[in-house]
Design a protein around this ligand. Sequence first.
Ligand SMILES: [Zn+2]
Length: 284
Amino acid sequence: MKWQGRRQSDNVEDRRSISGGGKAIIGGGVIGIIVLLLNVFGGETGQQIAPILEQMQGGQGQQTEAAAPLSKEDEEMGNFVRVVLADNEDIWSKVFAENGMTYEKPKLVLFKGSVQTACGGASSASGPFYCPGDRKVYMDLGFFEELKSKFGAKGGDFAIAYVIAHEIGHHIQTLLGTSAKMRQEQQGKSEAEANKLSVALELQADFYAGVWAHYNQENLDVGDIEEALSAANAVGDDAIQSKMQGHVVPDSFTHGTSEQRMYWFKKGYKTGDIKQGTTFEEIQ
Ligand SMILES: [Zn+2]
């Protein structure tokens, strides 16, 4: 993606040098991009997530350790993330305005190891996620190494851009009330039925990521869309389950298959029309 010299968002909170650096527990339980934890949201607020792992050793109560300076590469990655977030701000502000609404810009928190959020404590092992409670996206960029080495994605900068745009998709669903409505509909449903609603929500976030890419075409490099599709392919529930447990259990899917994830991203990319993100009607 062409990003050098372009506008950077001020809405990135870089906590990488203060959050439990070096103690990341990676590799235990990456269950999908953003194991967005929707299934463990409980309570009336629908905004709490259970802690994903035991509190990290040494991280009890305070996550501040001696600040470790960021490497040049870390700095560059941070700048790239700021540009992608700025692109999302510009594009969604415009799309919302066209539909008579106002886009509220979310913050994006970069961390290493572990992090505290309004949705509870989280670690790198949970993968990038969006917390509706504080309306922030949380990411440990180490996730993308894992995506390549363990899940066979191509990697590349646009894989990261896709994941950011997917998380922003959850923010849009929060602004539009889709997430709250979906959690309400999950009440009293069987686990399989509730999972289907989760799949529809996740695929719609993939669709919104595609819409974002549609409006960002002038900045795309050859191969960018393939990088996004490769990441979407790698994080399909079927791909992950067969890798982790050797077989797939469709009723337990919460994010959709590789094919579905690629399909909805592509649909958003081709149409650029937010009204066509009809995953709730189509996923039965
Ligand atoms: Zn998601």
